[in-house]
Design a protein around this ligand. Sequence first.
Ligand SMILES: *Cc1c(COP(=O)(O)O)cnc(C)c1O
Length: 468
Amino acid sequence: MSVKYISTRGKAPHLDFGDVLLAGLAADGGLYVPDRWPALSPEALSGSPGRGDYADLASEVMWPFVDGAYPRSRFDEMVRNAYAGFDHPEVVPMVELGDGLWLMELFHGPTLAFKDIALQLVGRLFDEELARRGERVTIVGATSGDTGSAAIEAVRDRENIEIVFLHPHGRISEVQRRQMTTVDSANVHCVAIEGTFDDCQDLVKAMFSDAAFRAEHRLSAANSINWARVMAQTVYYVAAVTRYGLEQVSFSVPTGNFGNVLAGHVARQMGLPVHRFVVASNRNDILTQFFTTGSMAISEVHPTMSPSMDIQVSSNLERLLFELQDRDGIRTAEMLEDFRATGEMRIDARISSDLNRSWSGVRVDEDETTSTIAGLYRDTGMIIDPHTAVGLAAAQRSKQDSDGPMVVLATAHPAKFGDAVEAAIGIRPPLPPALAELADRPERCQRLPNDLAAVKAHVARCSGQGSG
Ligand SMILES: *Cc1c(COP(=O)(O)O)cnc(C)c1O
């Protein structure tokens, strides 16, 4: 029997997978979750060390969530295509560091960050669902760096999607800019705004809140609260445990919006034996407070060398809160409204102490991040990026001798964060071939003033392209 999807705030209609995929956020402001946790199949759990094909495992793990939306053979084909472009045959290879620590590399996709793992599949699912309905959308977003390129790579050349991404002119790195502007696909539209990242975000928000404009140009978002992104990320947790035959395994996850580690929780709910999740934060440590004290208070965002984790309110935490409130959506909605109003939240002491048995929160500051990059390089010659370093430092600090193996999720290739790495070890990690070629490719980008009317006119032109 296929699963239905329900909102974490209890008041939105129950939907099927295809509707949840296109809707993103629920009508009551909540996030969609499956109405029950399907069990991992014996096939999914029966991996053997180093072997087993990632795409086969991915289809097997995800199938219960999409059953009914696609024929199995079509779904298998989309999954296979999604991971065919990764530059490692295992897709998510693991490296043993010693002392029971492992590193799982999630950065072998086209933009060298872990978001490719979900977005490469979600772009295909989106296009398929739109084709089935005979619809088109225009994805509009703002990026301060990495999300834009991962989303663009995921939907380039898809027939039913135009994508327009705004970035602040002159304020992102050359590699980040070229990863977007050198994509030679007619449905990709890069815009450099003469302003800051916040200006870009405000422009996007203004377009989405204009209901008529939004409907006329069929605007859609590429945000990290989409259930399908979480779903696609559950697979590598299963792969880590089953391929290497690990027991009593824990995961240390560098965390921003809580999407990655939430996927681990989903895998555990499906029956994957996981001992503990370590939620690793940089100096934006609101989640560390939450997991150590059961309460949290919002403060301002501090910029760090791990920018994808510079977040105060982690939107996917809502899915865990819903579970902790025994799936009471009305209660969850009350807590979140309170949190919005007061900037503070406290969960029940009993719930908090239960949580401590299988979760911990660890904060890692900038100095420790740098010394972790340097220490690993000195001991092993391996180079990691600052996000991964936060995860590794948290793992080293929280691992006890009684614990089993701990897998640190490596979320970005070090070459994406060359400055921080060079500051730590004095060496600039070489760009992999795919990125090195970027320097020679022609760029395409429209530069616009920080002016809503001008940006709207441009989006309107882009949304009309290729549709007739
Ligand atoms: C997005 C991102 C993260 C944070 O992941 P969440 O799912 O938001 O918790 C960590 N590291 C890198 C490199 C990222 O791009």
